[in-house]
Design a protein around this ligand. Sequence first.
Ligand SMILES: NC(=O)c1ccc[n+]([C@@H]2O[C@H](COP(=O)([O-])OP(=O)(O)OC[C@H]3O[C@@H](n4cnc5c(N)ncnc54)[C@H](OP(=O)(O)O)[C@@H]3O)[C@@H](O)[C@H]2O)c1
Length: 283
Amino acid sequence: MAFTHKTPSIKLSDGTSIPQLGFGTFQVPPADAVETVGAALEVGFRHIDTAQGYQNEAEVGEAIANSGIARDEIYVTSKLTNSKHAREDVMRSFDETLEKLRLDRLDLFLIHWPLPTKYDGDFVSTWKAMLELVEDGRLTSAGVSNFEPAHLTKIIEETGATPVVNQIEAHPFFRNDVARRASHEQAIAVEAWGPLAKGEALSDPVVKAIAAETDRAASQVVLRWHVQRGDIIFPKSMHRERMAENLAIFDFELSDDQIARIDALDKGDEGRQGPNPNTFDKV
Ligand SMILES: NC(=O)c1ccc[n+]([C@@H]2O[C@H](COP(=O)([O-])OP(=O)(O)OC[C@H]3O[C@@H](n4cnc5c(N)ncnc54)[C@H](OP(=O)(O)O)[C@@H]3O)[C@@H](O)[C@H]2O)c1
């Protein structure tokens, strides 16, 4: 895949590549999504993260179609929603996802949540259905989201197939190093969701001090911290100037000391903003 902008790519275990920085679309309302995703593409993003549950796949598809950008220059991810874990529902809902996105092939599809207390704890069958989609040729790469170490071990041991990414909550207040380490041990790339801690990291005094030291915006400091950790990120913004700011993070570096000061903001599990995947059961 040839990318025409400065965002570096990360090589995944199946040999494909993903732009390290993309655009997130959680809570981008459908009524605004054509314009907002269109702006993100105009500003230069070439990787869009959506989900069946975000209710905006059709608008994301419209924005991509309107952009005129070649298909192989845009990386698109969607996620299987919690009510569709049964095999037939995986198949049917994936067809709907492709139709809404106006694509004949999706780059990456993730199981959104493992739901270990639902479906008799059987997320392995769901994972097998995801692998069928890859076999089928209409899905390039299969991955997971919000998988804790035990969930990763289970699907890998029972199928022999490793997800290419694990998309997990991670930001300065919740580094989530346990799930990150378990992912890396299996050569699974980490995608950090909520990279700005929903914007809350931007008013942290340590982040603000480093922003002043580097003459950068607080958002750029936090996103740069993620990039230097090697994670894949897709900050969301409804504002074009913020999108441009979030994209411009590949021309400066944080020092080891600055990285360590941001690392020290970690509050462990208390820093989570989202639910704990071991108990989350909303279907
Ligand atoms: N797999 C999962 O379970 C899961 C869960 C949550 C999120 N995600 C994915 O991860 C993506 C990112 O996470 P997120 O959207 O939850 O949170 P986020 O990207 O950490 O933060 C978004 C918030 O930060 C603000 N913001 C963005 N850029 C800014 C800037 N330069 N200056 C000041 N404020 C800025 C946004 O405000 P404005 O919009 O008003 O600019 C918004 O309130 C999502 O969109 C979604 O694709 C996945």
